[in-house]
Each structure stands twice: as C-alpha cells, then as structure tokens.
Design a protein around this ligand. Structure first.
Ligand code: DLL
Length: 448
C-alpha cells in the first residue's frame, strides 16, 4: 500500500516476529469468502434498497438526492453527495433517523470535542447485524468459542463496550464486562479469571502491559482485539511482547455502526471490511475524488443494511488505503490499512504537516525508548515549537547514555518529520497513560 504525496507515512503492514498462538477462524465463512462478483451484486442490490429507504424516510436525504438517479452500477455511488459529521450535529438528536422512534432498540453517542454529542440509533435488526460483524472480528482474530474475553472497552454511550459484548455472545465467547478504568481491579480480574482474550484501546493495553511487568508475557492472554484510536505497527510489537499476545487492529465509528466495520485477522495483514454491510471508498481529502486502491486518502463509508440510521457516503475523516486482493486466509472482502491519522489530527508546525502517527512510527521503533510519549506544541513569539516527551524503556538493556539517546531521537525525527523537535527524556512513568479509554497524546498549547 503506497502513500499520497503529501500525507503521513504509508502504514507498515509487515508481520510481527512473535510466535503465533492463534489462527483465524470464521463466523460466517460463506459470506466472508464469497466470490467478489457475487459480493458486488449483493452490494448493489442492498445499496439500491438503502437509497429507496432513505428517500422514503429521511427528508434531508430526499432533498439532497433530488434529480440524482438511483445507482445502476456500484461506480455510480460516486455521484452521490457526502454526509458529514456536521450533518449529524445540525440534525441533533434524531433528525436523520429513517425509522419511527418507536422502532428503536438502542441509542449510542460519541462525545464531540465541542458541545453536543453525535447521536446514533439502532433497530433490533441493526443490533443483530452489528453483533454479527463484531463476532466475525473476534473469530477472525483467532478467538475460539468457549474462550473468555476481558472486555475493557467502556460500556455506556460509547459503542466499544456493548458492541464487542454483543459480538462475543454471538460468537459463543464468554464476555467479562469489565468496562474501562479501575486498573487495579482489572489486573486482579486478569489474574484471577485467566481470560484468553482481551479487548481495549491499544494505549490501555500498553498501560496494562507496563503494570504487569515481567508477568505480562506469561499471562493467560493469547489474543488482543485493539482499536478505537490510532496506533502503529511499532506499538503493536511493543504490546505483543509486553502481554505475550497476538494483537489485532479493530476499526469502527459510531456514526457508521461502532466497532467492527473492519478488523484484522490473526494474520495481521490489513483490516478486513465487512463489505456485505459497508461499501468503502478512498477519496482525495481536498477534491473528494475517488482514489485508486493502494493510495492513501479519506475513508468514506456507505452502510448497506442499517435501518434506523443508514449512511450514504459518510466522510469518516480517517486516512488510510484499501486493497481488494484476496487475503491469505481466503477472505475476499476489501482490506484497509492501519489508519495513519485524521485530517483534523494533523498539526501544522512552522508550515510543515506533522501527524502524531509519524512521531509514533519513528519513536517507538528506536531501541531503548518506551512506547509512552507525548507531543507538546507551543508558540514562542511567532515561532511554533514541537517537543517530544519520551521515556527510557527500563526493561531494555540499551547502553546508550540519555544524551546519546536524545541525539538519536532528534536525528530520526528531523529526517522523518522534516522539522526539528526538542526531545525530553522524562522520568519513566511521567508521560500520561491511558486509564481505560482513548488517550490524547497531543497537547497543543497554541491559541486558535
Ligand atoms: O471508537 C468505535 C470503536 C470502539 C472502534 C472500539 C474500535 C474499537 P467513536 O468513538 O465514534 O467509535 O470513534 C471513531 O475513532 O473515526 C477513528 O478516528 C478512531 N478509530 C476507531 N478505531 C480506530 C483504529 C469508536 N483501529 C473514531 N485505528 C474513528 C485508528 C480508530 N483510529
């Protein structure tokens, strides 16, 4: 998978050097390995149904689609307008629903950075479809029916906890609904219950790995299904060795469903998109034009089976690339790369675009440096400054002095970011850790 000229670094999908203890399984093999011609025929039929349903039930969409003929081919999807997060905000809370409120079985919401949350809703049928998607994720990751899953995603309005919980139940996996936070209790339950699998954010997996210390690699855990925030293959290596697991990447967003839009299998070779339920497109962030497979751009998703809150061409803002090559495990659905950032995560520092994932990619790969870091952006007079606060990896036997390590990090950062950054090696344990949820690693102190 290649990268767009001006974007963040191409995602590294190289496999890890860990001993595999899990092999991918299937939840709905016939669908997951369906020949692409059949899959695409199914997508077209479902797309047409979704558009009819939206025209009939959502006034805003009916207005926007006026004069646009129904797609006769999948490619015609590109003629439809995008749906943006602002559309959800402007129609808060239930203005985009395509069913009557009495038909709803559940509501979720994601906390916005400003003001009101983004609200989404599901019928009972939608919840069943969602459970099937997350069940596929768990089975594909190598989790077997009968295993125990420590579910440390937050339960509540956030889609992570309940989304994975339903998938575990559908896959015959025993789910421990721990939710986020209260790390002491999490550590106790991990030891006492001895679950084989865990799901949580990658940053929380790092926190748990650090606290488990030498006991981490010997823990009962074998598989981790981690996502909800950007991370890199380098961080994956760190998590896999700290916890002795295979760590797969799961992606999703509440506007489109929640976790389970896509997920890696135990092969860790790209995130398989549940293409019988969602059509992915990659578009140019500036022009909105479709980009070919392999190029990095904004992921745009269309739902094909949701009833309460269907979305046509939802602009996720997440930057990644696609491949439609069949997977080694026999799955035929398109795969996406790691998300390399969001257009709105990009920092412009002295005119240079910097993605936090570039820093993570460079820093976490350096021997002797821990995977915990923070970016601090300030303005001194008229000049923007970037500081990277990192820590030494105390479990690593690197013989470099602090000064040598700082010089090495600075040099690598300059060549990867194209600008100089001040590097501070702070006391181990000082940089903020995830306490259960998504971790904000960037502190931008500049005035807007
Ligand atoms: O984070 C859903 C989720 C829960 C996904 C648990 C995976 C596991 P939201 O709170 O609506 O939903 O946030 C969605 O989080 O647009 C991405 O920017 C980011 N995100 C989610 N998964 C990944 C991932 C859930 N694997 C937003 N890699 C999305 C990078 C991710 N970013």
């Amino acid at each position: 998978m290649t990268q767009a000229a001006s974007g963040p670094p191409a995602p590294d999908l190289e496999l890890n050097n860990v001993t595999d203890t899990a092999t991918t399984g299937f939840h709905r093999r016939e669908i997951e390995t369906m020949p692409r011609t059949e899959l695409e025929a199914l997508q077209l039929a479902r797309l047409q149904e979704t558009i009819t349903h939206q025209r009939a039930n959502v006034p805003l969409i009916r207005e926007r689609l006026e004069g646009i003929p129904d797609p006769e081919r999948l490619d015609d999807l590109a003629d439809l307008p995008f749906l943006h997060k602002t559309d959800l905000r402007e129609n808060y809370p239930f203005g985009l629903l395509a069913v009557d409120r009495t038909e709803l079985a559940r509501v979720h919401a994601s906390s916005g950075t400003t003001g009101k949350p983004t609200v989404v809703a599901y019928t009972a049928e939608d919840l069943e479809m969602w459970s099937e998607c997350t069940a596929r994720c768990l089975r594909g990751a190598g989790i077997e029916p009968g295993w125990m899953l420590h579910n440390a995603y937050g339960y509540g309005l956030f889609t992570g906890g309940l989304g994975m919980h339903m998938g575990a139940e559908a896959a015959g996996v025993n789910c421990v609904p721990v939710s986020g936070g209260n790390t002491e209790r999490q550590l106790m339950l991990l030891e006492d219950f001895a679950p084989e699998a865990i799901c949580c954010t990658p940053s929380y997996a790092l926190t748990l790995g650090e606290l488990l210390g030498d006991n981490g690699p010997q823990s009962s855990l074998r598989v981790g299904v981690l996502g909800a925030e950007p991370w890199t293959n380098e961080t994956r290596h760190a998590i896999e060795s700290a916890l002795g697991i295979i760590a797969v990447n799961i992606y999703g967003l509440s506007e489109v469903m929640g976790p389970g839009v896509s997920c890696e299998t135990a092969d860790r070779d790209g995130l398989v998109i549940m293409e019988d339920h969602f059509i992915p497109e990659i578009v140019d962030p500036e022009t909105g034009d479709r980009l070919p497979d392999g190029e990095t751009g904004v992921l745009v998703l269309t739902s094909l089976t949701k009833k309460a809150f269907p979305v046509l061409r939802y602009w996720t803002g997440d930057l990644c690339s696609l491949t439609r090559e069949p997977s080694p495990c026999g799955r035929t659905h398109a795969r996406m790369s790691f998300v390399v950032g969001r257009a709105d995560d990009m920092l412009v520092i002295r005119g240079v675009n910097v993605y936090p994932s570039q820093v993570e990619h460079t820093l976490v790969g350096i021997d002797g440096v821990s995977p915990h870091f923070q970016l601090v952006v300030d303005r001194e007079g008229t000049l923007d400054t970037l500081k990277i606060r990192g820590e030494r990896d105390m479990t690593n036997s690197s013989t470099m002095s602090d000064a040598e390590l700082i010089a090495l990090i600075s040099e690598r950062m300059r060549s990867s970011l194209g600008i100089g950054a001040k590097v501070d090696l702070v006391e181990p344990g000082t940089v903020p850790r995830s306490e259960g949820g998504k971790l904000q690693r960037t502190l931008d102190n500049r005035q807007p």
